[in-house]
Design a protein around this ligand. Sequence first.
Ligand SMILES: [Zn+2]
Length: 84
Amino acid sequence: MQMKDTEFRIGTFHGRHDGAPVKVTSVRDDTRPDPYFWLCSCGATRSFPTEDGVFPSAWRHTHPTRLDRLRQWATRLLPTRRAR
Ligand SMILES: [Zn+2]
């Protein structure tokens, strides 16, 4: 990923979700309202006001628990059921 002059890479996470390997890059940029954020190679991004939430959230995103997978599966399934 391309880094701007104001951005500092503070961590990289490798993992997989939805059956594909992914990479999350966590970044600090003091010019943003929420200076800490991460970007996933799947396109997902989240920002935080402090550094505290960045790493747990990035780790969780690259290493979904069985419960997370179940929730994603249920989310995909429910709209189909409602349509019937
Ligand atoms: Zn992702």
